[in-house]
Design a protein around this ligand. Structure first.
Ligand code: SF4
Length: 466
């Protein structure tokens, strides 16, 4: 394709059963967005919710090369509507790329637009500053630093350990910049707490609970790096579990509790459940055996792929199959030097993994790979994976989900184009809308007893051009 516009139009026309919003969203996530100053926030003092850097950088350049966007943070997300494609509301996580063909800029009337190769694509809404971000903890730390929210306020993202003990080239996942991101924020003098004290997390949640009067926040995710030895004298299950215990004691059933952790032995994973966690994400990152060993060498070394998969399935007995939702990073299976050369092979492999888990009751989900420049895979593949791969993955994901009669995974908000708030991939945008959606899971004490083996609308694409 001679231009990006032509590529996007071509794929929208070729895959009319995939919502056009999802095609555009995948391209934005894999490519990033350039920002005019008008699209940036005034950090924590303005009316726009700034990007919190909630775990990884999710940028295409290091902080020091982002220009004005390093001084005035970009927004956490953007919501796109209208334009020549008549887009339904589409929430997209912000990944900054000063070289992107996509740019957010103000028109003559001062309103923001997403522009692709000089042509407007969509109207842009920036997330409003939530009231809870305007308040600080008693020690002066900001709520954004301790308990940021994403997905338009749906999810409180608690990266309570900002470093991973898989360390260095032989252990770190080759797509992951968690350790680099911690370093770059420290070097820039930004507050970026390595291990978040439990009482700070609880105080930040008290502020959110008090000021989130519309109850937009529905879930929290406890996450951070893998723990191969100990942190604060605790192994991984007890380390992350202690936060869940404190949260559930302070706010019983207020939010859906989720944890992203290693695939732990059954008795350790059960600690999460005992402390009130309802959804477990033991992320398998990539399906193919040889690629997994190269791309996630720490996971291969400390646990091993087959053991990892076995533990995912074992966790069904603790949480219920529907509530075990492992993530993979969509696109790394095509990253050089380890990945597949062809889209057909990559889709076949990833589809095999989806079939393996979904036929056993487990519904994986995925994030769209951002090729961060300080990671080995980002360096070698600055353009990420082909857009066609991402669109075909959405197709096979939905087909497999329907084949096994699964519903949209719980803990991600409403499904369907125009409804979805999950912002780091469009897997929720391509699922059928749920007209009766009133929330993913019951909250309160009744919801806490969920267990057993049960466990996270599109219309056809318009033929309109960009
Ligand atoms: S386990 Fe892998 S993806 Fe997760 S934080 Fe560690 S290096 Fe990053």
């Amino acid at each position: 394709m001679s231009t990006r516009t032509a590529l996007v139009e071509h794929l929208i026309a070729r895959f009319p059963h995939i919502p056009r919003e999802a095609v555009l969203k995948e391209d934005l996530l894999r490519t990033g967005i350039a920002f005019d100053v008008a699209g940036l926030s005034e950090n924590e003092t303005g009316d726009v919710k700034p990007k919190s850097y909630f775990i990884f950088s999710f940028d295409h350049r290091p902080l020091k090369e982002l220009g004005e966007a390093a001084l005035r943070r970009p927004p956490e997300e953007v919501a796109l509507t209208g334009g020549p494609l008549e887009l339904r509301r589409t929430t997209v996580s912000v990944r900054v790329n000063p070289e992107s063909p996509y740019r957010i800029e103000a028109g003559p009337d001062g309103r923001l637009h997403l522009v692709l190769e000089q042509s407007p694509v969509a109207d842009v809404e920036l997330p409003p500053m939530p009231e809870y971000y305007r308040h600080r903890l008693s020690n002066g730390k900001s709520v954004m630093e301790i308990a940021p929210t994403i997905q338009w306020g749906y999810l409180i993202y608690l990266t309570v350990l900002r470093l991973c003990q898989y360390f260095g080239a032989k252990e770190e996942c080759q797509f992951c910049d968690i350790n680099h991101n911690w370093r770059q924020h420290k070097q820039a003098g930004r507050p970026y707490t390595g291990v978040k004290p439990v009482d700070e997390v609880i105080e930040a949640l008290e502020i959110i609970d008090r000021f989130d009067t519309t109850r937009a926040s529905h879930a929290y995710t406890l996450t951070g790096g893998s723990i191969t030895s100990q942190v604060d004298g605790l192994g991984e299950a007890e380390f992350y579990g202690r936060y869940a215990r404190a949260i559930e004691e302070a706010f019983p059933g207020r939010w859906i509790g989720k944890v992203v952790a290693q695939a732990l032995p059954k008795e350790q994973a059960a600690v999460f459940k005992e402390h009130g966690i309802r959804i477990y994400h033991p992320n398998y990152e990539v399906w193919d055996e040889a690629i997994f060993a190269r791309v996630s060498p720490g996971k291969e070394r400390y646990v091993g792929r087959s053991q990892w998969h076995r533990r995912i399935l074992d966790a069904r007995e603790i949480f219920g199959a529907r509530y075990v939702i492992p993530n993979f990073v969509a696109g790394v299976e095509m990253a050089k030097p380890y990945g597949f050369d062809g889209i057909d092979e990559a889709i076949r492999s990833t589809g095999e993994g989806l079939d393996y888990f979904m036929s056993r009751g487990v519904t994986p989900r995925f994030t769209t790979w951002c090729p961060e420049p300080t990671t080995p895979l980002g360096k070698a593949n600055p353009d990420g994976a082909p857009l066609e791969y991402h669109v075909r993955l959405l197709e096979v994901y939905r087909e497999t989900l329907e084949k096994y009669g699964h519903q949209a995974p719980p803990g991600y908000g409403p499904p369907g184009a125009g409804n979805a708030v999950f912002s780091v991939s469009s897997f929720m945008d391509v699922l059928a809308p749920d007209e009766e959606y009133e929330g993913d899971l019951p909250t309160g004490a009744a919801g806490m007893s969920t267990g057993g083996m049960a466990c996270d609308g599109q219309s056809s694409a318009s033929s309109a051009g960009l």
